[in-house]
Design a binder for this molecule. Structure first.
Ligand SMILES: *Cc1c(COP(=O)(O)O)cnc(C)c1O
Length: 404
């Protein structure tokens, strides 16, 4: 057999930046993944909230195959009807008027940050450059994105800090009000933090933050790359809060169901500095990406999909609370929103993930010693029950291990 695919033989030619589980998958269907050895796993991380409609969704496979035979790429020097169509649908469903398509979440963040600074520049306030972000945030890995999130483990050793970024405690409204001033360009926030451990910002805090920004001429950027696109049971997480729409919003992950597609959405006002030549991308919004994005968005933005998220999330969370009652020595908190569920643990989260893998359950890690459950939005109640049973056995193993 080919050595390079064996999970036990690390490939020395891959840059060693990932802490990989010793598993390689060959195919998937819905919430199931199958290893090269044919072993079945229940997937409760969905490529970190990316294969939101499960693996090999027939409609998305069909859209990709269809488009693959017609046209992949032409360049943004031409009109791309698929872009116009997907942008129209995204705008019809949100606060936004205009969309820029990217290949990743990070690039959507770059576009958002540039759009915000350029807005103030176009407004005759070029000194408004400061971007306010929050501890525990994750916005991607470009220079701007790591400094916008301010996590020292992602900035250390990469040279001088980019100027104009400030990081505040998540949800601390007083600190936020004190930090906003005449040099503040924008605030960037995940309405529900993903990597930070599935922490949801309080609804009152989100609204108060929006209002304070409006009153002070500061733009609001939501990073809904992980918590958006149905994940919390509404199309976007901020929709749970009345009157809290942003000026700019980043989406990616689930938009292509695993095909690389991201987008930066904005109001026409916030986007006014972004004129011809001010930004661009080779691949962003190419016909292949748009065909897949249109198919995925069409399925996500269905009332029955969002309804399923709310129902299954309620069932799942209840089951997890039951586990917490029975295993308070293992599970110390259940948090998050919808199907972005965080389980805070007493034992080490990496060891817990490995024990869950032994039960053929795949879950994600997270900050604050959490594990995250980010299953397909189409997960069934039976699959949720199966996940809880596997987690119960995992808790049992962890308890025995602690006692040993
Ligand atoms: C994944 C993620 C990003 C970065 O997206 P990439 O596609 O990896 O560049 C940014 N913000 C949040 C909240 C994310 O979850």
């Amino acid at each position: 057999m080919a050595q390079s695919t064996s999970p036990t033989v690390p490939n020395d030619h891959i840059l060693g930046v990932y802490n990989r589980a010793p598993l390689a998958f060959e195919r998937g269907r819905g919430a199931r993944l199958y290893t090269t050895e044919g072993e079945e796993y229940l997937d409760c991380l969905a490529g970190i909230a990316t294969t939101g409609l499960g693996h090999a969704h027939p409609k998305i496979v069909e859209a990709l195959k269809d488009q693959a035979e017609k046209l992949w790429h032409v360049s943004n020097i031409f009109q791309i009807p698929g872009q116009e169509e997907l942008a129209k649908r995204l705008c019809a469903a949100t606060f936004a008027d205009v969309v820029f398509f990217t290949n990743s979440g990070t690039e959507a963040i770059e576009c958002a940050l540039k759009t915000a600074r350029k807005y103030h520049w176009a407004n005759g306030q070029p000194d408004r450059i400061e971007i306010v972000g929050f501890e525990g945030a994750f916005h991607g890995r470009s220079y701007a994105a790591v400094f916008a999130a301010g996590n020292p483990s992602y900035t250390e050793g990469f040279g001088p800090a980019l100027p104009g970024y400030k990081t505040l405690p998540y949800g601390d409204l007083e600190a936020f009000k004190a930090a906003v001033g005449p040099s503040t360009a924008a605030v960037i926030v995940e309405p529900v933090q993903g990597e930070g451990g599935a922490r949801a910002l309080g609804e009152a805090e989100l609204k108060a933050m929006r209002d304070h920004c409006t009153a002070n001429g500061v733009l609001v950027i939501y990073d809904e790359i992980q918590c958006g696109l149905g994940r919390t049971g509404k199309l976007f997480a901020h929709e749970w809060v009345e009157g809290a729409a942003p000026d700019i919003m980043c989406v990616a992950k689930a938009l292509g169901n695993g095909f690389p597609v991201g987008a930066c959405l904005a109001t026409i006002e916030a986007a006014k500095g972004m004129t011809v030549g001010s930004h661009g991308s080779t691949y962003g919004g190419n016909p292949l990406a748009m065909a897949v994005g249109l198919a995925a968005f069409g399925e996500i933005n269905k009332p029955e999909t969002l309804e399923n998220v709310r129902t299954v999330a309620g069932y799942f969370t209840q089951g997890l609370k039951g586990l917490q009652d029975r295993y308070p020595d293992v599970i110390t908190d259940i948090r998050g929103k919808g199907l972005l569920i965080g389980v805070k643990l007493a034992p080490n989260n990496r060891e817990f993930m490995a024990a869950a893998r032994d039960e053929k359950l795949l879950i994600a890690g997270g900050g604050d010693n959490c594990v995250r459950l980010l299953p397909s939005l189409l997960l069934t109640q039976d699959e949720a029950r199966e996940a809880i049973e596997k987690l119960e056995r995992t808790c049992e193993v962890m308890r025995k291990k602690a006692a040993a």
